[in-house]
Design a protein around this ligand. Sequence first.
Ligand code: FAD
Length: 291
Amino acid sequence: MKISNLFQQKKVVYSFEIFPPKVNDDISKIYDTLTQLKDIRPDYISITYSAGGSKNSRTAELAKIVKDNYGIEPLAHLTCINSTKQEVGKALQDLVDIGVENVLALRGDRIEGQVRSDFAYASELVKYIKSVRDMDVAGACYPEGHPESANIVEDIRHMKIKVDNGVSHLNSQLFFDNDDYLKYLDMVRLAGIDVPIQAGIMPLVKASQLNGIVKMTGAKLPSKISRMYNKFADDPDSLMEAGIAYATDQIVDLLSSGVDGIHLYIMNNAYVARRITQNVQPLIDKLNGAR
Ligand code: FAD
């Protein structure tokens, strides 16, 4: 199913992001996570590609498993900055061969010393995919601005090009301050970008996340998050509970504000996904008219 159909059927689309096991690891390592995620019934699962720039991504392999073995719609990520057009074409063909209908078109992070590819920006990848395949193409957006852009207005102008080239929905970078996100949505809508946008929420449940992925994205840390971290960083059980509560509170507020969807960065942690979903699913069902 194309994800654009989900946005037509539902007021709120609810999804998770996972990453594939490493190339030398057994792919079955992720089966237990997928079995638990299947019970939670997300609308779709997105699968990262080549994080860190490796071309040995197992995205297609995992997308097939998610679709065929677990009956969940996959959204396959695809980056372009470190690949030739031929490599991108081959990656797309692999996805088409296994029946994937949805791709998240990304530029990817520049790797020092890597030869420049045929694509400079995600907008060019979007245009290419739409010209050769009948697929839904999603894009990334950045509520605090992409780190490389001079300012948020310039970043939104660039995003408009990407959307005009054929993006049917956007998934946001993680953020912790809903007021900033809601202001960003206003700016995006004023710029004439009308496609659905899912809010990207990463539950901060492990101390290592703050110095790892959160630092990498440059996300602003509200004082509430800093206090939570300072108090519980050395107490894993309490940080887990506090992180789940913070993410739940964030989602409830976003649902109250009428967002199009929630995309949870679960870091392959099905326990966190289940706990948060138990908290917010009744509200999402109500908004979608399911109960
Ligand atoms: P673009 O949309 O191309 O934007 C990149 C920068 O270029 C921005 O600063 C933008 O303002 C600027 N720009 C765009 N168009 C123009 C133009 N015409 N002229 C001048 N400047 C322009 N990375 C991975 O490696 N694998 C993944 O699976 C992955 N998944 C992600 C999922 C989400 C939801 C998000 C938010 C990010 C993900 N990333 C992933 C990270 C992403 O690859 C990086 O953030 C990357 O630096 C930018 O990718 P993009 O597609 O947003 O790029």
